[in-house]
Design a binder for this molecule. Structure first.
Ligand SMILES: [Zn+2]
Ligand SMILES: [Zn+2]
Length: 463
């Protein structure tokens, strides 16, 4: 029985290999007959279908073959990508040349960007997105405009990674400084790469930045709206500064230097399935007869909303410390939400971010596997030798933060606040006198205990 199975398997692989060789050599008839023979032996493998699609120029036939390939192996990246290309979901001219990469130096240094001022249709005053009323609001006459309705559910925004990673878009990031021209007053200013909304530093108009570079990028799909206004984050930051055992007394009062600015940051989230191959050594026997035997296996895991920062100024590990964010609460992105709220688009490409995301998934999986595999036995050298990934999807989202700094005794300290929950991370100066006193009191305590022990021991006649 087994032999029969092995033979069929071998024959399938032989037909497939010869078929692929013929297809590559342009011998289409031969390729077709070999690949069809392979399918006659086994029809649940995607590869013959994928190669059959290369033996015809008729797009309808190509689509048919690739649909069959996806049907037997839904995770097959080559089949999905081919199908996306043929059905127009990927534009061929945006496809990355095979083996090509984007060089940091190959992108433009500076681009010209224009502003689109958001001004009141009634009085021409400055419009800002009011987070309390969830409306665009004129700062002068109070005119309000309803926020655009959002229909997309977060799950619907997920896009297949396979459709983007092979395109240049999946490898681009915001790299050029933007020579920004204000629509209102015409003043020129230089904006960092990826800045998408800005307040003109000359006339104060709130504007959306329209840069040719942004068209090369993947648009944000969802936005987690800012929940905290300036007053609220100031109160939170003050309270945070006054807390802590070793906080200098002056810290709370000296925070007139505290500056907090809001910003939306581009982030990526990833969903999918990983099958991780693991290996380790398991102990058998005890004492002298103990031996280490090799063990290995595959463990599959779903993962959901793995968050990766898209902006290098905010490393993913800091983003993780600011977590959680309520990702279920996001709205479909509309540029109007950025009126009066600066936003930074990503300078870390989707393809780079997806690698960071995969690393994060495997890092989290390791300790889980450690307790799970070969349960109850002594193990060592647990190793995850990589995973195979399927069903990968991503979302490009904007998350709200307040970024701040304050000074103390001539030194600057940074802090960041989660714009949804108010969670703060940052550095604080330590009062060295307070620390010294704490150390002193611990030493005094130890001395006291020694003294008591000595007296007790002395009285009971031990010495
Ligand atoms: Zn107005
Ligand atoms: Zn201006």
């Amino acid at each position: 029985m087994n032999n029969f199975h092995d033979n069929r398997e071998r024959q399938f692989e032989e037909y497939l290999r010869d078929g692929v060789t013929a297809a590559k050599a342009g011998q289409r008839r031969l390729a077709q007959s070999l690949l069809e023979r392979a399918l006659y032996i086994k029809n649940n493998d995607a590869r013959p279908y994928i190669w059959l699609s290369a033996t015809t120029d008729d797009p309808r036939e190509q689509i048919e073959y690739l649909e069959k390939a996806v049907a037997v192996d839904p995770a097959n990246a080559a089949a999905r990508r081919g199908l996306a290309l043929l059905t127009g979901k990927i534009e061929p001219q945006k496809l990355m040349p095979e083996g090509a990469g984007m060089e940091r130096g190959s992108l433009p240094r500076e681009v010209e960007a224009n502003g689109k001022a958001l001004s009141c249709p009634k009085c021409g005053g400055r419009m800002t997105f009011d987070i309390q009323y969830m409306q665009l609001t004129c700062e002068y006459c109070g005119y309000r405009e309803a926020a655009p309705e959002s229909k997309t559910q977060p799950e619907e925004a997920e896009q297949a990674l396979d459709f983007y990673v092979p395109t240049t878009r999946g490898h681009r990031w915001a790299a050029a400084q933007q020579l920004f021209k204000c629509e209102r007053c015409g003043a020129l200013s230089l904006l960092p790469p990826g800045q998408k909304a800005v307040e003109c530093s000359y006339c104060g108009a709130n504007q959306l930045v329209q840069s040719p570079e942004h068209e090369e990028l993947i648009d944000p799909q969802l936005i987690a709206l800012m929940q905290l206004n300036e007053q609220q984050v100031n109160d939170l930051a003050r309270r945070w500064l006054s807390k802590g055992l070793f906080s200098p007394d002056g810290l709370f009062h000296s925070n007139s230097t505290l500056r907090l600015r809001p910003a939306y940051y581009s982030c990526w989230t990833f969903d999918g399935v990983v099958e991780a191959r693991w290996s380790c050594e398991v102990a058998e026997g005890n004492g002298n007869s103990k031996r280490w035997l090799p063990a290995s296996g595959v463990e599959a895991r779903f993962f959901n909303d793995v968050l990766v920062s898209g902006v290098s100024a905010l490393p993913t590990r800091e983003l993780d410390r600011l977590a959680p964010f309520y990702l279920e609460d996001m709205k479909e992105f509309k540029p109007e939400y950025l009126a009066g709220w600066p936003a930074l688009l990503y300078d870390c490409s989707l393809s780079d971010a997806s690698l960071v995301g995969r690393e994060k998934v495997l890092r989290k999986l390791r300790p889980e596997l450690y307790s799970l595999v070969e349960m109850g036995r002594e193990k060592r050298n647990l190793n995850i030798s990589g995973g195979s990934w399927s069903g990968l999807t991503f979302k490009h989202i904007l998350l709200p933060l307040w970024i701040g700094s304050y000074q103390f005794q001539g030194k600057e300290y940074r802090l960041m606040i989660n714009g949804q929950t108010g969670k703060i991370i940052g550095s604080k100066p330590k009062d060295t006198f307070k620390q010294f006193m704490a150390l002193l009191s611990i030493l005094a305590m130890i001395l006291l205990i020694l003294l008591i022990v000595w007296i007790f021991a002395g009285n009971s006649g031990l010495f």
